[in-house]
Design a protein around this ligand. Structure first.
Ligand code: MG
Length: 154
């Protein structure tokens, strides 16, 4: 068995791009700044899986300097990561995710996020939302952070 952790943080965008978290497009909320669709949940889960498999990180595989990934659907990136993990001889046992933000509220979107992630990862995924209690940059509603842990088994 191998365990991996992933972390990602994105600031809110100044333009009116959509907010996408765990493949869920959340209407009426500020989107996140980023080269891809800035789905911090998909990115953190991808990094947890790559780390567990000893395959480096998301920046090595999908560089944000590559125009190919501009505006990319990060759930597609996650699916590619899962393929790489499988190719390296690993199966995903489970993934656990914390989304840390003042807004949006995660609870109403949690089931859909989990379903999207289960579809991509092929294993149980749990998603939890945490507020930052007004502390620091997340508390000032400047962005959204996400932490993920993934367990692999051979
Ligand atoms: Mg990211």
């Amino acid at each position: 068995m191998r365990v991996g952790q992933g972390f990602d943080i994105h600031r809110f965008a100044d333009d009116d791009r959509p907010l996408v978290l765990g493949g869920v497009r959340i209407a009426g909320e500020r989107g996140l700044h980023g080269h891809s669709d800035a789905d911090a949940v998909a990115h953190a889960v991808s990094d947890a899986l790559l780390g567990a498999a000893g395959l480096g990180d998301i920046g090595q595989h999908f560089p944000d300097t590559d125009p190919q990934w501009k505006g990319a659907d990060s759930m597609m990136i996650l699916r590619e990561v899962v393929s790489k993990v499988h190719a390296a001889g690993w199966m995903v046992a489970n993934v656990d995710v914390n989304v840390i933000c003042e807004r949006p509220k995660i609870a109403p979107h949690r089931t859909q996020m989990e379903q999207n992630l289960v579809d991509a990862v092929g294993a149980p995924v749990s998603v939890k939302g945490r507020r930052a209690e007004g502390l620091g940059s997340i508390g000032r509603v400047e962005g959204i952070a996400c932490m993920a842990v993934a367990l692999l088994m051979s």
